[in-house]
Ligand binder design. Structure first.
Ligand code: NDP
Ligand code: OXD
Length: 306
């Protein structure tokens, strides 16, 4: 059995060395140097080329290198191949900190002051009183973010696909639930996985259901947003602002209108960056489980796509 690291767009030397030290008896190959595709049973993938999957007749499991699995085209994989993802406490803590920070930054109008600072303009204004945060997605990261928001005095609503119970948030599900939640939203935080049901969910129709003072915080995937609809809502004062960490095209192209938009705060997909050691521990655990014929951890539901 061998493991293939198919992560494109970064230097994997350190990652492979760390994996190899945890798995001394397992052959780990890099995509570019792989000599024996037929021996590969486990792939660690992030933006792997779509042509890869057909070269792997003995593939048994694929692990995403992140929490999201959207960089793997599930339709190209045989039905019996397991897909696993990263579920990590530190990742959830980091995401919760990012979400709280940016909700507070929007409440305290920090972007306005950064712009005024550049013009040496002294103009204090009261912080907004708005305190209702609505989460699109109430999974590992949505729940962690909700906890930290509630501990800091925010009221939290959350929308998921299936009905749930929670002692900290008011919960909604389904299309009707979404409409009800949007009307009571000051800050809309997107923490959905990217699937065919959630792609372009933040569109004109959704934005029109938000109060005009609302703010979008997207920390999931850029493809959740119809960019032209977001810009239109911001330019016509139907939305107060947006904090964006993720983009349909990354790195965000230098000519993109988001960069200089006064209503947009952006960060370079850094809301929650995986800690290499903790991620490798999970991946190594799954590789050893596969080798021993044991059930893998953090499997996704392939039908749902997350
Ligand atoms: P989970 O799978 O744990 O949670 C997903 C949530 O979304 C669940 O509550 C699920 O509902 C809900 N959901 C899925 N589909 C729908 C739908 N059609 N309608 C309504 N609700 C839906 O994911 P995580 O919390 O671990 O991660 C979320 C995403 O965050 C990742 O997929 C990734 O894209 C992004 N991410 C971004 C990072 C960054 O740095 N910016 C870092 C890490 C992740 P239900 O509970 O009913 O299943
Ligand atoms: C992830 C990410 O999915 O970094 O883990 O976006």
């Amino acid at each position: 059995m061998s493991v293939l690291v198919a992560i494109t767009g970064r230097d994997n030397t350190k990652l492979i060395a760390k994996m190899q030290s945890q798995l001394p008896n397992i052959r780990i190959e890099q995509l570019d140097d792989c000599q024996d595709f037929a021996g590969v049973e486990f792939v660690l993938a992030w933006n792997a080329p779509t042509s890869l999957w057909q070269k792997l007749p003995n593939l048994k499991a694929v692990s995403s290198f992140g929490a999201g699995v959207d960089s793997i085209d599930l339709s190209l994989l045989p039905k019996d191949v397991e897909i696993v993802r990263i579920v990590d406490e530190q990742l959830a803590t980091d995401m919760a900190e990012y979400v709280l920070t940016h909700v507070l930054a929007q409440k305290l109008r920090l972007k306005e002051y950064y712009i005024k600072q550049q013009q040496s303009e002294w103009k204090p204004k009261r912080a907004y009183k708005y305190n209702q945060v609505s989460m699109l997605g109430f999974g590992e990261l949505g729940r962690a973010s909700a906890h930290s928001l509630v501990s800091n005095g925010f009221k939290v609503n959350a929308w998921s696909r299936t009905p749930k119970k929670s002692t900290i948030a008011t919960l909604y599900h389904g299309d009707e639930g979404l409409t009800d939640m949007l009307a009571q939203t000051d800050y809309l935080v997107c923490l959905l996985p990217l699937t065919s049901s959630t792609e372009e969910i933040i569109n004109k129709q959704l934005l029109e259901q938000l109060p005009e003072h609302a703010v979008i915080i997207n920390v999931a995937r850029g493809e959740h947003i119809v960019e032209a609809d977001l810009l239109d809502a911001l330019n016509n004062q139907r939305l107060r602002g947006a904090t964006l960490d993720v983009f349909a095209s990354e790195p965000l192209p230098s000519e993109h209108p988001y960069w200089l938009h006064p209503g947009i705060t952006l960060t370079p997909h850094c809301a929650a960056l995986s800690d290499l050691d903790s991620v490798i521990k999970q991946i190594a655990d799954n590789i050893l489980r596969l080798k021993a014929g044991e059930p893998l951890i953090n499997c996704i539901n392939k039908q749902q796509g997350y």
